[in-house]
Design a binder for this molecule. Structure first.
Ligand code: OAD
Length: 237
């Protein structure tokens, strides 16, 4: 696209946080290699062995809160774009980390939930969370232990914010997928939904995926994301 777009939707996946030190899911040494998905990322897994599931997310949360994990230039570039862009911009992330917020993004939807939140199984109330969660953790609303779960969308559950996301996809004139393998529905189908209204679709990834976008740009997110979004703001520069 050579002109400045009016409406942009970007979708991020684990690849954008890889250079910040957070493992992706499907790499050879990725999270799903060492932790069976059915055991740690399904409602059935949680029913069967809650301590295992709590510990899986406790480890992820502890890592996220450690000093080593920081936003990288790709997160910063998206926040800068949101700040400087005159049109409408929605950032949708599949990531459960808080690196987009820490970089300064505001119009952001976490479709797969957030590591730093927990949810009451009875009331569905959502609370901030920075500590470990376990069977003894007492819920703030029911005051009983064992009623809390990580505020994460597990396989078989409906992602969050789908109405808002679909509305933005149907109205956008450019859709950009960043650092996602396109293995998980419905996010994997967003580029096709955006195309219905003839949006240009772009993939920024370290390597080729199976999805066929109009444009593919390959390289590490910390390099390709700042360069891509800068030329979107200033096409002639
Ligand atoms: P994946 O692990 O499936 O894919 C990560 C993608 O990032 C791959 O396509 C890599 O090529 C790419 N990548 C890796 N390093 C990169 C870098 N430095 N720069 C750019 N790209 C890079 O992760 P997701 O697609 O995010 O869901 O996975 C989608 C969902 O599957 C996750 O949200 C999670 C998981 O199951 C839930 O847990 C509900």
């Amino acid at each position: 696209m050579n002109s400045i777009p009016q409406s942009v939707v970007a979708l991020t996946g684990a690849g954008i946080s890889a250079e910040s030190g957070i493992s992706t899911f499907r790499a050879a040494d990725g999270l799903w290699e060492n932790h069976p998905v059915v055991e740690v990322a399904t409602p059935e897994g949680f029913d069967c062995n809650p301590p295992l599931v709590y510990e899986f997310y406790n480890q992820r949360r502890r890592q996220l809160l450690s000093d080593e994990i920081k936003p990288n230039p790709a997160h910063t570039a998206l926040a800068k774009f949101e700040h400087e862009f005159n049109g409408s911009f929605l950032l949708v992330t599949q990531n459960v980390d808080n690196l987009h917020e820490r970089a300064g993004s505001q119009n952001l939807l976490h479709m797969h939930g957030e590591l730093l939140k927990m949810r009451c199984l009875n009331s569905e109330m959502v609370y901030d969370l920075r500590q470990d969660l376990n069977l003894d953790s007492e819920c703030k609303c029911c005051r009983s232990p064992g009623n809390l779960r990580p505020h994460i969308v597990w396989f078989g559950e409906m992602p969050f914010h789908m109405n808002e996301i679909n509305t933005a996809l149907e109205a956008c004139d450019i859709f950009i997928a960043i650092g996602t393998s396109g293995n998980v529905y419905p996010a994997s189908g967003f580029y096709q939904k955006a195309r219905i209204r003839k949006a240009t679709t772009v993939e920024l990834n370290l390597e080729a995926t199976d999805s066929s976008f109009d444009e593919h740009i390959y390289g590490p997110a910390s390099k390709v994301v700042p360069a891509y979004f800068e030329q979107l703001l200033r096409p002639s520069s």
